[in-house]
Design a protein. Sequence first.
Length: 374
Amino acid sequence: MTKPLILKTICFSFIALTLSVLSSCATKKDTDFLDINSGAIENDLKLSKSKFKKFSIKKVSPDKKDNPRPSGASEKDKTDSQSKDEGSGPQESRQENLAFGSKDKIVTEGLLLPYPSDYPETLKKYDKISLKTWSLSRPKIFLGEKFTFRVAYLGITAGHIKMETLPIVEIGNRKAYHFKAHMRSARYYSYIYKLDDSLESFTSVEDFIPMKYVLLQRESGQKVDDIQLFDREELKTYHFYKRLKKGKTKELEIEKPIPRFFQDSFSALHFVRGFPMNKGDLYEFPIVTRGKIWILKIKVEGKETIDVNGKDTLAYRLNAETRFPGVLEKKGDILFWYSADKVKKLLKFEAQVKIGAVRGELVDYTPGRSIETL
């Protein structure tokens, strides 16, 4: 497998976590991420402003229900946090951080709504399977939280990924969580193949289901604009894609039915944090990617102590079984380690490729402020 193909294989297939690249050694400049204006993508793709007005994004003013609050508000909480998980990030208060925990009725009633007459039976079955998964999830949301991962291939630093949770926004008449990631190749590898990609995912505060996904790829070999809109009322996804490669432009517009309950290829990383993670648990739900649907099965293999940036840390080990669409249509396992505390932050990941493995490790973390949606 060639180096650029390794990049492609790993870069945007969910749990390969949108990984990146190869290189020799990293420098401080490797993690000085440049911001890419994803807002320009809709103009570039010439989307119909009238048809997709409900997918426009608005900033919202925080109110009492959405006010983030520092974890461990009391001195006792701080003491407990330090003794149980020194330096592991924010801890939640005694009241659980629920996105829809007391609103499971919303999820259950979703299955009672009528489906379109021509709606695929397979997707109805997906919804029934997903009902159990959604009832177990209690999403962990920390506004302002930031992760930086170092990615390595064959033991050599590959590049970096930055993930962050931004302020809540409004899409249509729904409030949405806003997640962003940025992938950048290490400086040395940029002489071979430069990668500077950005993606955003917006999920409903009400039930943590994706509403909008935006991807921009700015690479040596190509320029890609990709937007996926998820219409909850019509149960359809609208995918718009434009690629400029070797002087040739490829454009696609796809409209496909979707399940009521699903994740996109980035929001799933955050969705997983809300599971109980008891040893032996199996969580299953659909992923919608560019009009295609595939099933993700996550098995909790237990707890183990791992080295994270030179420090022993207790973590949940998860095995994610995936079936990739299109050219990557095959079964594959990816391992993830999330911190075994209330925050459940992503610490490490490992994906096997044809030759060797690609590994990611958390090298910098900024705690966020937990949010409760009552």
